[in-house]
Design a binder for this molecule. Sequence first.
Ligand SMILES: Cc1cc2nc3c(=O)[nH]c(=O)nc-3n(C[C@H](O)[C@H](O)[C@H](O)COP(=O)(O)O)c2cc1C
Length: 195
Amino acid sequence: MSGGTRRFVVGISGASGMPYARRLLAWFAGPGRARGVEAHVVASRAGRLVWAHEIGEDLAAFGLPVHAPGDLGAPFASGSARFDGMAVAPCSAAALARIAHGTSHDLLGRAADVMLKERRPLVLLLREAPYSLVHVRNMALAIEAGAVVLPASPGFYARPSTLAELVDGVVGRVLDQLGLDNDLAPRWSGMGEPR
Ligand SMILES: Cc1cc2nc3c(=O)[nH]c(=O)nc-3n(C[C@H](O)[C@H](O)[C@H](O)COP(=O)(O)O)c2cc1C
């Protein structure tokens, strides 16, 4: 969309599931960058807290531009910058609510709002359990507005044997939804022989 280089936003909100965010950032910093894909990162205040608790590593360690939640002057805060898509990974129930209702108060919410109005892919890797009716209604609103709600629920049909494989299975689906070719997880090719 923007002259050859494709540009994406990774929003990190304050839900549990930071290993998904870390894998996504590592993909953008590695295979993504090698293919000319650019990624910008914004974590909400709660996102930074939960990241510190679950990961601890510096968010800037991936060499991707990291924007402060209050940096409403970031390029992707405007539709005219023509970014190609955004993943909110993980997506808290609170971030989902703000996105569904268009009541953004920080750069993460504004960027998601921009994706919806510009009809760009917006993938919400939602993590909450159990769901209340409020969550379900907000999911419906977000989907009606064009977002993809992708629950952070790993599949087991590829028979993952490590946590990393479980995480890769979910993150591969996020990248798929953004239209980014990846080989993070094996693709289903039929049942094969039963074990
Ligand atoms: C350790 C920790 C784990 C949390 N996990 C979740 C979660 O899985 N899902 C969720 O919706 N909120 C979770 N929360 C609560 C959110 O962080 C809280 O609602 C926050 O206001 C979300 O802000 P944000 O949407 O701006 O990131 C968690 C909070 C903490 C401290």
